[in-house]
Design a protein around this ligand. Structure first.
Ligand code: PLP
Length: 392
C-alpha cells in the first residue's frame, strides 16, 4: 500500500470540494440537483479580459516569466492599489501567484516554524488550518460567535501567547459573509503590531460588499501597522476567473523574498497568459465588477428575507462575499442531530447541495452560496424550507 507522508496524513480532504463532487455525481446520474455549494461565480469571465489573453497568445507570450510575475502585471497591481487605496507599494513587495490560495500557502510556509501558534478566527476558510498544520505549526482557533462572527481586538489579545507567530484574517469572510469594520481592523492590527505578530489579510472578496459596508483594504492602514502584514488577493471572484488560477501577495520585502523562494522551487511563475489577462482586469473598465455586484445584491436581498422566514433558522446579515451562513440548530431534532446530518438529508431527500458549517469550524450552521441564478436559488430555498418545516 502507498506510504502517505506524515505531513500530508495530517491534512483533511477539502469539505467544500467534496460537496462539489457530490453534486457532479448526482447530476451525472440524471438527478435535478440544485447546487448551492460552490464558492465560484456563475458569471463568465468578462470579454475584454479574455481578449487580452488571446492577444497574449498571439504575441507569443507563452514562455516562462520571472517567478514573481511580469513587470506588466506587477505594475498593474501596484497601480490598482494606489488608485483605490492610496498606497503605493514597491515592486519588491508584490508577487503574482497561482490564485489567492498559493499566496496564502507561500506566506504561511515562508513564515512559521514547528511549535508556532497561528490564530484563526472561527468560522474560517477550510484551507487556513490545513496549510498551518502542513507547515508543522499549530492552529489556535478564536471563537467569535458572541460578537456575531466579527473578530475583535479584545478577542485577539486574549488568544495571544508567547508562541503566537501569525494571525489570519479573512474579511469579507468565507463562509459567514461578515465584514470587520475598518476601525476594529485597525485596533486588531495595533494589538498584532504591539506583540510583534504577523498577519495575513485574505482579501479575495474585497470588492463584494453590500451597503452600508464599504470596500476597504488593509492596504489603507498606516505604514507602521503594515510592517508585518501580507495581503493575499485574487482575481478569481472579482472577475469571475476561478479557472485562470491567478492571484497575488503584497508583503514587506523580506517576507516576499522568502515567499518567492517557495514559489521558485514549486510552481515557478503563474501562467503567462493568465498574467496578461489579470493585468487587463485591473487596468481595464470596472463596470463588469459593478454589474456582478448588482446581481449578487439582488440575490442576497431576496435570500436573506427568504431564509429569515424558515422555521428554526437564524440568519446574521452577510455584509460581503456571496454566501449566507444560517444557524440551523433550531432544526436539529431526532435523527438529524448535526448540521452534517441536515446537509446529508438535504442532499438525499431534496437533491439540494449546501455546505456543512462544521468544516468551517461552526457546527450547527450551513453555508448557502448565492453565486447561482436567482431562479435556481429560489428553487433550492424552497426545498430547504420544506425539509426545515418537517424537522422544526
Ligand atoms: N480565500 C478565500 C476565503 C476563498 O474563499 C478562496 C476561494 O474559495 C480563496 C482564498 C482562494 O481562491 P483562489 O485560489 O481561486 O484565488
Amino acid at each position: 500500500s502507498f506510504h502517505v507522508s506524515a505531513n500530508v496524513a495530517k491534512m483533511q480532504a477539502s469539505s467544500t470540494m467534496m460537496a462539489m463532487q457530490k453534486a457532479v455525481e448526482m447530476r451525472a446520474a440524471g438527478i435535478d440537483v440544485v447546487d448551492l455549494g460552490p464558492g465560484e461565480p456563475d458569471f463568465d469571465t468578462p470579454e475584454h479580459i479574455k481578449q487580452a489573453a488571446i492577444e497574449a497568445l498571439r504575441a507569443g507570450e507563452t514562455k516562462y516569466t520571472p517567478t514573481a510575475g511580469t513587470r506588466r502585471l506587477l505594475t498593474s497591481i501596484i497601480g490598482y492599489y494606489e488608485r483605490n487605496f492610496g498606497t503605493r507599494f514597491d515592486l519588491s513587495e508584490v508577487m503574482a501567484t497561482a490564485g489567492g490560495k498559493q499566496a496564502i500557502f507561500n506566506a504561511i510556509v515562508a513564515l512559521v516554524d514547528p511549535g508556532d501558534e497561528v490564530l484563526i478566527p472561527k468560522p474560517y476558510w477550510v484551507t487556513f488550518p490545513e496549510i498551518v498544520v502542513f507547515a508543522g505549526a499549530k492552529p489556535v482557533f478564536i471563537e467569535t460567535e458572541e460578537t456575531g462572527f466579527t473578530l475583535t481586538a479584545e478577542q485577539v489579545k486574549r488568544a495571544i501567547t508567547p508562541r503566537t507567530r501569525l494571525l489570519i484574517i479573512n474579511s469579507p469572510s468565507n463562509p459567514s459573509g461578515r465584514v470587520i469594520p475598518p476601525d476594529e481592523f485597525r485596533r486588531i492590527m495595533e494589538v498584532a503590531t504591539e506583540h510583534g505578530i504577523y498577519t495575513i489579510s485574505d482579501e479575495c472578496y474585497l470588492q463584494f460588499v453590500y451597503p452600508p459596508a464599504k470596500v476597504w483594504s488593509a492596504a489603507t492602514l498606516p505604514r507602521e501597522l503594515r510592517d508585518r502584514l501580507c495581503i493575499a488577493g485574487s482575481f478569481s471572484k472579482t472577475y469571475a476567473m476561478t479557472g485562470w488560477r491567478i492571484g497575488y501577495a503584497i508583503a514587506p520585502r523580506e517576507w516576499t523574498s522568502a515567499m518567492l523562494k517557495v514559489q521558485q522551487h514549486s510552481t515557478s511563475n503563474p501562467t503567462s497568459i493568465a498574467q496578461r489577462a489579470a493585468a487587463e482586469a485591473f487596468d481595464g473598465p470596472q463596470d463588469c465588477v459593478a454589474a456582478m455586484l448588482a446581481e449578487y445584491s439582488r440575490r442576497r436581498e431576496w435570500l436573506i428575507g427568504a431564509l429569515r422566514e424558515i422555521p428554526g433558522f437564524r440568519v446574521l446579515e452577510p455584509e460581503g462575499a456571496f454566501y449566507a451562513f444560517p444557524d440551523v440548530r433550531g432544526c436539529l431534532r431526532g435523527e438529524v442531530k448535526t448540521s452534517a446530518a441536515f446537509v446529508q438529508r438535504l442532499i438525499e431527500e431534496a437533491h439540494t447541495v449546501v455546505t456543512d458549517g462544521a468544516g468551517f469550524g461552526a457546527e450547527g450552521y450551513i453555508r448557502i452560496s448565492y453565486a447561482t441564478s436567482l431562479e435556481r436559488l429560489q428553487e433550492g430555498v424552497r426545498r430547504i424550507r420544506k425539509l426545515a418545516e418537517k424537522l422544526a
